[in-house]
Design a protein. Structure first.
Length: 174
C-alpha cells in the first residue's frame, strides 16, 4: 500500500517482513545508537523522526531507518543551497530518540570518520537521474549532484552548529 501511495521512483534496500513500527515506550536503543541516529538526522536536517511519526521500523529487535524524504530542506529551493550549510537545525528538539542520545559528543568523531568527502561523492553519484529533475533554477543533474556533494561535505566542516543544537536540545531532558 505505502509503495503504491508514494509518488515517483522509490528506493528500497530490503523488504522487512514482520517488522513493526518503532514504539519509544517499548524500544530503547542504546545511547551510542540513539546518538548516532540523532546526529545523522541533525546533519541531514530530517524533520520526520518524531514520536508521532518516527519512520523507524523494528525488525528482529533492530531499528531500521526508513523514509528520508523529509530531509535536506535546501533542495526544495535551489536558489542557493550553500547558504543553509551552517543552519543549526532547531527541529532536532522533536526527535523521538533525543532523550536517549546521551553520547552525542562521543559519536561525533566516529560519524565524521564514516562520512568522508569520497563517501559523499560516491553516494551522490548514485542518485537516480529521475530524482534530479526539477525547476530550471536547480541547473542540470550534474549541477545538482555538485550542490548536494558540496552541501553535505561542507556541513561536516567545523563549526558544527547542528551538533551543538542537538546537545542543547538534549540538555532540556537532564
Amino acid at each position: 500500500m505505502l509503495i503504491r501511495a508514494s509518488a515517483g521512483l522509490n528506493l528500497a534496500l530490503d523488504y522487512l517482513p514482520g517488522s513493526v513500527t518503532f514504539d519509544p515506550i517499548a524500544e530503547k536503543p542504546n545511547s551510542d545508537l540513539a546518538s548516532s541516529i540523532v546526529w545523522f538526522d541533525a546533519y541531514i536536517s530530517n524533520v520526520d523522526r518524531t514520536p508521532r511519526n518516527p519512520n523507524i521500523l523494528v525488525w528482529h529487535r533492530r531499528p531500521w531507518l526508513i523514509d528520508h524524504g523529509a530531509t535536506l530542506y535546501f533542495h526544495h529551493a535551489w536558489s542557493n543551497p550553500l547558504e543553509r550549510i551552517s543552519d543549526p537545525f532547531v527541529h532536532i528538539k522533536d526527535h523521538v530518540l533525543l532523550p536517549l542520545a546521551t553520547s552525542l559528543r562521543e559519536v561525533h568523531s566516529q560519524m565524521l570518520g564514516h562520512l568522508t568527502t569520497d563517501v559523499i561523492e560516491r553516494i551522490v553519484g548514485l542518485i537516480p537521474e529521475s530524482w534530479l529533475v526539477g525547476d530550471a533554477s536547480s541547473g542540470g543533474s550534474d549541477e545538482q549532484r555538485r550542490g548536494y556533494a558540496e552541501y553535505l561535505s561542507r556541513r561536516l566542516e567545523p563549526p558544527h552548529p547542528f551538533l551543538e543544537e542537538a546537545i542543547s536540545a538534549r540538555s532540556l531532558y537532564v
